[in-house]
Each structure stands twice: as structure tokens, then as C-alpha cells.
Design a protein around this ligand. Structure first.
Ligand code: ADP
Length: 183
């Protein structure tokens, strides 16, 4: 097997405990913290992360980080080296926002590659407070990451999907199996 192609892996657990180069945060546009993944990252990572987020707000993102974009900070006390904050779309029944969700994965990987982060852990962006159906979120995550790493196969060693509960794990297992079948 070629070593130049990153592995896509699935872990059921807590994103704040992942020993990778970068963990992705399902942030909100304020960058000033929230619930779910965001709350856990700031709680365990400590105040250094929030301090950098505040500086980013002041310097570059006065109106907040736009949905679908990504920006990196220190990971503070987390085992990772960086946190890449990205803002997922709130799910809507009347409008298809899949492009924005895909953009979160693409932009986070673009930032990771710029940093030289070779192992990256993603939560199931938007599938919590932002109500994205997890099966669809998983398909979008897997398809987008596969396409992105195919474009720069030497940039990464591992892209890890980290899910909290059984339902999300099953959704990712199915999405990864479908992707493997599709070649
Ligand atoms: P969003 O606001 O983008 O929907 P959330 O943080 O509310 O983000 O939830 C995103 C997903 O992450 C949900 O599926 C939720 O169950 C899961 N989740 C929540 N906390 C953690 C954690 N500490 N580690 C990994 N996944 C988590």
C-alpha cells in the first residue's frame, strides 16, 4: 500500500482527547465559545485558546468568522498542537446548505495543510446544536474529505472522524463503507 495516501479513520470518543496535530472545532461565528464540541475544547484546552480567538476577532473577523471558513489557533492544554475553528451551517429545511458544510471540511484541511498538520481530527460538524441530520452530515464529511485528500495525497497521514454516540458512529461506518465501495 502506498504510504503517501492518508488513512480515513473513525473513533468513537471525545475530540478533546485526540492525539493528533490538529483538532477541528465546530465553532460558532463569534469564536468566543459555545456548547458541544466548542465548550469541551475551551474547557479542556484552557484560556489560551479563547485569548487567541479574541485577538483574531479584533484583528481579522470583526463581524465573526463566516460560515464555511476556518482559522487556526493554539490548542492550549489539549494533546493536539492546533485547533482549527470552523463554522458549520445551521440546517435548514427550505434551503440546501450542503456546500457550506462541505466548505468547512475543505477549508479546515486547507488550513491544516498550510500549518503542516499531518493528522487531523474532525467532529461531526453541524450535527449537534445546528441540527444537521447525522447520516447526511456523515456522507458530506466523508465525500468531501476523500475528494480533498485525493487532490493533495502527500499532505496528510491520517484524517480521523471522531463521533460521540452510537448513531453517529453507525452513520460514519455506513458513509465510509459506501465510499470504499465506490472506489
Ligand atoms: P454544531 O453546533 O456544529 O452542531 P455541536 O458541538 O453541537 O456542533 O455538535 C457536533 C457533533 O459533535 C454532535 O454530533 C455532538 O454529538 C458531537 N459532540 C459533542 N461533544 C463532543 C466531544 N466532546 N467530542 C466529540 N464529539 C462531540
Amino acid at each position: 500500500m502506498s504510504t503517501s495516501h492518508p488513512t480515513l479513520t473513525l473513533v468513537q470518543g471525545d475530540i478533546t482527547e485526540q492525539t493528533v496535530d490538529a483538532v477541528v472545532n465546530a465553532a460558532n461565528s463569534s469564536l468566543l465559545g459555545g456548547g458541544g464540541v466548542d465548550g469541551a475544547i475551551h474547557r479542556r484546552g484552557g484560556p489560551e485558546i479563547l485569548a487567541e480567538c479574541r485577538s483574531l476577532r479584533a484583528a481579522q473577523y470583526g463581524r465573526g468568522l463566516p460560515t464555511g471558513q476556518a482559522v487556526a489557533t493554539t490548542a492550549g492544554r489539549l494533546p493536539a498542537r492546533w485547533v482549527i475553528h470552523t463554522v458549520g451551517p445551521v440546517h435548514s429545511d427550505s434551503e440546501d446548505r450542503t456546500d457550506l458544510l462541505a466548505s468547512c471540511y475543505r477549508e479546515s484541511l486547507r488550513v491544516a495543510a498550510e500549518l503542516g498538520a499531518r493528522a487531523v481530527a474532525f467532529p461531526a460538524i453541524s450535527t449537534g446544536v445546528y441540527r444537521w441530520p447525522v447520516a447526511d452530515g456523515a456522507r458530506t464529511a466523508v465525500a468531501t474529505v476523500r475528494a480533498a485528500v485525493a487532490e493533495s495525497p502527500d499532505a496528510f497521514d491520517e484524517i480521523r472522524f471522531v463521533v460521540f454516540d452510537d448513531r453517529a458512529r453507525e452513520a460514519y461506518e455506513a458513509a465510509l463503507a459506501d465510499a470504499a465501495d465506490a472506489g
